[in-house]
Design a binder for this molecule. Sequence first.
Ligand code: SD4
Length: 338
Amino acid sequence: MINRRDIIKASLIGAPAIGAAGAATAQTGSDIVLGRPCVISTWDFGVAANQAAWAVLSKGGRALDAVEAGARVPEADLKNHFVGRAGYPDRDGHVTLDASIMDEHGGCGAVAGLEHIAHPISVARRVMERTPHVLLVGEGALQFALEQGFPREELLTPESRAAWRDWLKTSDYHPVANGAVGDYGKTLGVPGGKGNHDTIGMLAIDAAGDLSGACTTSGMAWKMRGRVGDSPIIGAGLYVDNEVGAATSTGVGEEVIRNAGSFLVVEFMRQGASPQVACKQAVARILARKPDAKTIQVGFLALGKTGQVGAWSIQKGFTYALCDARKQDALLPGDSFY
Ligand code: SD4
């Protein structure tokens, strides 16, 4: 994988892009600028998700439809143990899913602790479009999904069950009072980091220049029953402001919630920070408020209204995928403090 600077130099993605008015848009600082339409998402598997989103965007489709289509790809991927079907369960063996979606009008919908439904992102969209509410949880979310015609399914695969049983041998998870990131087990490594890094956050701009975002996850492996992370919390795991830009997060959700992370990134952008600087400042805020957070992973991804991209994390290892008319399979490492 080449680094961000190389890619900008090589003009692979950082080449002058077609901006809002169809004119060449200059890069600002170290920001990568994508053409319109475009889509970005967290982690390596974001490449495949972006391509599904691109199938919508390249035909002039709406960013909202694109991010839903993209997020459904890892939700269905049996090799991905941190999103949708085959997600690792909580400590009691239940696969509980969190997801949120936001559109260009500030509309939002989310589900938390949803069981037995393979595509929580689509249920989140129904919450947005067909209820007067923003967030449905647990039993109520399941009831709503079934009423909406989503099939009830077993999401715990034999492989995920085996991993859970293996984890039960040591139950290697030690929450610390209200701070607590815990130890997610030796096989998963740094909490929120490599080995435990498959939440997808996806942000898109469509041909009309409108923004939408989606975020979906099975949350931290072996979490306490009832634990909800940042991904379904609007302003924490996802925030979209069609005037300014959008942001999403991955990693240990407790630290993101504590700092209203994605909202914070968008607010920094509103105050004039580039998406890259905004992500960096939000990670710095987390570290300033809780210095021992340097042992965990949190990453932010942001997309400015005119296609600038930002990505910053606590630890090395955060990657993100980019896609516009010039290239649909770009993958870059984010910048980090450690
Ligand atoms: C959570 N943020 O539930 C999610 C998990 C994650 O990389 O992103 N892991 O806290």
